[in-house]
Design a protein around this ligand. Structure first.
Ligand SMILES: Cc1cc2nc3c(=O)[nH]c(=O)nc-3n(C[C@H](O)[C@H](O)[C@H](O)COP(=O)(O)OP(=O)(O)OC[C@H]3O[C@@H](n4cnc5c(N)ncnc54)[C@H](O)[C@@H]3O)c2cc1C
Length: 539
């Protein structure tokens, strides 16, 4: 008999494991998280949070608190640019204002908040939603069989061991994932290209900012290549260092023979002045890598976050990609566990997330090479795509999406142009509900949603009948009815349908299927469509 029985065991309770627990809780699945560390992150690491991640946080009710805390920590809407030194010459401006030109595509904005501040917020909400969290506890072994996973966990302080029986397991155990290793899943890609370090420091660098609002400052000079991030009130931050010396023949093992004195020298070389008293707080070593796991699922075990993909921080995509993994698997596990979907739905996790992650990894690598390491330029370097395509434009191709016509296999698109295409994130359109402004995105998140145009009356009855027949929950909305007003009259064109058409949106806010007019508005068509999307066998 196991000591603990849970539907889902999550190994690793950092950004991605905690997000998975939170999202499963949102779908009514109480997960158990085991985390080796005694608490949430102590190192800041990730700070750039994309619009998509903020949309996910909005769905689960933490967007506002995350926004509030982020403002306490960083001046928002800063620039991403490059300097020779912080005190010296500016070399390039990649993004002048983090949210300029992207506010129209989402109700949420890109923000900066460090993992050390963000994770406690996710933790409290995950606990509110029923997750059990065990810190200072490690998973020491596991076995999978036909009906579940049995794992042994050990409390680090007491040495006490317990057996956990779970139907499924999420490996959110980071880039050196033991679970991935044990499953024999290889990482494919560029491998390690730098033994980088992050130097956390205190020191009043405000005068060097000269009133500029800077979120990320890449540094490239004759001593080093790396990047700075500075927190409010500009008296602390970090310098990440990727390589040293001659840009044509650099030393890429920055961590070798590193002393506190050497770290201080590097910091001065990045700042471009020795006039500021600096205290080094900590130095972290990590490998700059660009790899994706060859598969994200084996049986009942799913890799998520850095366990599934590792990328250089250039672009700020790593943690965000992990949150999207958690978002993708959570609703699928919930529907399979409650019997609404067939187990094959879980196979769509790998089919959807692996290509999206591999694309993001390569885009992060291209940014790393062009911004920080030109010596790595090669013929197979992907052209840099618009950040929006990476953050909001990845496209899913799997049985959980029904394409129109032949499958085009396109991995990403500009989210301004995809207009409700199946496989893409459902677009944001501002609506009014009871005098309040909301987004179409606020209509999604828990169940499948059927969203019909203003002349889509037939959809309501057929939707109800199909949901009843399948015994599933379906949220049905008709624009300009149901207290929803599209005053700008843009909904139908934003979703690529006529006024009588409708879209089926998955619980993760991705368009699963679309009927451009009322021709698909029968209970039989909707029933067949949902049966196929849920990977159920037709009765
Ligand atoms: C300098 C730097 C800056 C970055 N900036 C950004 C950014 O701006 N935006 C962004 O999105 N990303 C950024 N990243 C990347 C981001 O930090 C990672 O992608 C993210 O932390 C991955 O989270 P994770 O939960 O998958 O893995 P991790 O954070 O590595 O967590 C894995 C957890 O699993 C636990 N664990 C492992 N094995 C076991 C076990 N057997 N039992 C129990 N627990 C276990 C570990 O203790 C650990 O806490 C940055 C990274 C660095 C280094």
């Amino acid at each position: 008999m196991p000591d603990i029985e849970v539907p889902v065991l999550i190994v690793g309770g950092s950004l991605v494991g905690m997000s998975a627990a939170l999202l499963l809780g949102h779908h009514g699945v109480p997960a158990l998280v085991v985390e080796h560390h005694r608490g949430t992150a102590i190192h800041p690491r990730a700070a750039m949070i994309t619009q998509r991640t903020m949309e996910v946080f909005r769905t689960v009710g933490v967007e506002q608190i995350v926004l509030k805390k982020s403002d306490e920590q960083f001046v928002q809407d800063g620039a991403i640019m490059a300097v020779e030194t912080l005190a010296g010459k500016e070399l390039a401006w990649f993004i002048a204002n983090l949210n300029e030109g992207v506010r129209d595509v989402s109700p949420s904005s890109r923000i900066f908040i460090t993992q050390s501040l963000l994770e406690p917020l996710l933790k409290s909400r995950a606990e509110e939603l029923g997750a059990q969290l065990r810190f200072a506890t490690e998973m020491t072994s596991f076995e999978e069989d036909a009906t579940g996973v049995t794992a042994e966990i050990r409390e680090r302080d007491t040495g006490k061991t317990s057996t956990v029986r779970a139907r499924y397991m999420i490996a959110a155990d980071g880039s050196h994932s033991r679970i991935r290793e044990r499953l024999g899943i290889r990482m494919l890609g560029r491998g390690v290209f730098s033994k980088s370090i992050t130097i956390y420091f205190r020191g009043d660098v405000a005068p060097l900012l000269r009133g500029r609002n800077l979120s990320v400052m890449y540094v490239l000079n004759s001593t080093l290549s790396g990047f700075f991030r500075i927190e409010k009130p500009f008296a602390s931050g970090f310098l990440a260092v990727h390589w040293l010396g001659d840009p044509k023949n650099p030393i890429t093992d920055v961590s070798k023979d590193l002393t506190n004195e050497r770290a201080l020298e590097l910091l001065y070389a990045g700042l471009g002045t020795r006039d500021i008293p600096i205290a080094i707080e900590n130095v972290m070593q990590w490998d700059a890598t660009a790899d994706t796991a060859e598969r994200f699922q084996r049986g009942r075990i799913f890799l998520a976050g850095d366990a599934a993909h590792v990328m250089p921080p250039s672009g700020g995509f790593g943690g965000n990609t992990g949150v999207q993994d958690a978002h993708n698997i959570a609703w699928k596990l919930a529907l399979v566990l409650n019997g609404a979907a067939g187990p094959e739905l879980l196979s769509t996790y790998d089919l959807e997330r692996r290509p999206a992650a591999a694309f993001t990894v390569e885009q992060a690598y291209s940014r790393y090479v062009t911004r920080s390491a030109p010596y790595l330029r090669s013929d197979d370097l992907q052209a840099i795509q618009n950040d929006l395509n990476i953050e909001l434009g990845y496209c899913y191709h799997s049985p959980a999406v029904i394409p129109e016509g032949t499958e085009d296999g396109i991995p990403h698109e500009n989210p301004r142009e995809s207009r409700g295409k199946p496989g893409m994130r459902a677009p944001h359109v501002s609506l009014e509900r009871n005098g309040e402004q909301i987004s179409t995105l606020d209509l999604f998140g828990r169940n499948f949603a059927l969203l019909a145009g203003p002349e889509g009356d037939p959809w309501r009855e057929s939707g109800r009948a199909a949901a009843k027949q399948l015994g599933i929950k379906l949220d049905i909305f008709e624009i300009d009815k149901d207290g929803l007003t599209d005053s700008a009259g843009v909904f139908s064109s934003a979703y690529g349908i006529t006024r009588s058409g409708a879209v089926l949106v998955r619980p993760d806010g991705f368009v699963a299927w679309r009927s451009k007019d009322a021709s698909g508005a029968s209970a039989a068509t909707l029933g067949r469509t949902l049966t196929s999307l849920l990977c159920r066998t037709a009765s």
